[in-house]
Design a protein around this ligand. Structure first.
Ligand code: AMP
Ligand code: FES
Ligand code: ZN
Ligand code: ZN
Length: 296
């Protein structure tokens, strides 16, 4: 297979055969176009990039660096044995390579642990902790934008999962940009139109320090099953996942969301917004749970 643009050996086949140099151009151009189309940020913004040490967020960091953006990184050490120490090392190496600042926080600094509680699966507890800490760190440190590495396949799997459970209200979150609101910092997803495979290829051709190991809890992540289903369809219909997301975005325009969103309260412990009438956000609830279990 040869590159459509220069006849060198192609390293990727879809959306068209590309050599390493033409793939790099395509990859960076797609991200830059997404940033501009959705007004994600400009060079005046104070940008925080949430980085896990895996291929997607490491590729995002390096792509933004190559595109000339200034930003800082945030790594949350979740203290998951045989996992977090390796990802932290990869993140430190990556930021040494580009010579940008990386901020590192640990869940134990907040008296919290990533573990299943009551009937809540560990991945759901972990997700709630990450979302809360990313936002709080960004807000408290004056960042105007928080960038995550959610990719095309994450979005498609999230969509399928919510269609299956009937939780269509979550469609509102499936935007490349979630605007600033209250104490929620503006959130952006520059890799919204990039596949996992493209992030992998970009990481490999740039020899990025990435930790390729999986979180030991990932088998319990419900999104994995939906990703497998998507890949099966994609293998028989190349381009399906990208078309699926583009159709979802078109469909979303016809939905009338209720004028009044659920009421938002202020958490009586941390002061951050919560939808809970008890005025205790889910993070502070977890903190209370772990404090009580320590005393018991
Ligand atoms: P996930 O919930 O694992 O799908 O991650 C969603 C996004 O959160 C990723 O694309 C990263 O940008 C960010 N992220 C995941 N894990 C971490 C971490 N340990 N520290 C900082 N950011 C993270
Ligand atoms: Fe959160 Fe694995 S990264 S449970
Ligand atoms: Zn080429
Ligand atoms: Zn709280």
């Amino acid at each position: 297979m040869i590159c459509k643009k220069c006849c060198k050996k192609a390293i990727i086949e879809y959306p068209y055969p590309m050599c390493d140099q033409h793939f790099r151009d395509y990859y960076l151009r797609t991200i830059q176009k997404t940033i501009e189309k959705y007004n994600m940020f400009n060079k005046e913004d104070k940008i925080l990039v949430a980085v896990s040490g895996g291929k997607d967020s490491s590729a995002l960091v390096y792509a933004l660096y190559e595109l000339g953006y200034e930003f800082e990184g945030l790594y949350i050490n979740l203290e998951i044995p045989n996992y977090s120490e390796h990802s932290e090392n990869a993140v430190k190496e990556l930021f040494k390579l580009i010579d940008y600042r990386i901020n590192i926080i640990r869940v134990s600094d907040y008296n919290i642990r990533v573990s299943p509680i009551y009937k809540r699966p560990i991945c759901s507890v972990c997700g709630a902790i990450k979302r809360y800490l990313m936002n709080r760190f960004a807000y408290e440190n004056g960042f105007t934008v928080l960038a995550t590495a959610h990719n095309l396949v994450d979005e498609a799997a999230f969509f399928l999962m919510n269609m299956n459970s009937g939780q269509i209200q979550y469609l509102i979150k499936q935007e490349p940009v979630l605007p600033k609101e209250n104490k929620f910092v503006k959130k952006v997803k520059p890799l919204y139109f990039i596949t996992e495979r493209e992030n992998m290829v970009y990481s490999v051709i740039n020899k990025l320090p990435v930790y390729y190991g999986e979180c030991p809890n990932s088998s319990g992540n419900p999104q994995s099953k939906w990703k497998q289903i998507l890949y099966k369809i994609e293998s028989e219909n190349p381009g399906f996942i990208r078309n699926f997301i583009n159709s979802m975005l078109k469909l979303k325009k016809y939905i009338n969301y209720p004028e009044k969103k659920g009421e938002i309260f202020c958490c009586k412990y941390c002061g951050y917004p919560t939808g809970s009438r008890s005025r205790i956000c889910s993070f502070c609830r977890l903190q209370k749970y772990f404090n009580n279990s320590k005393k018991a």
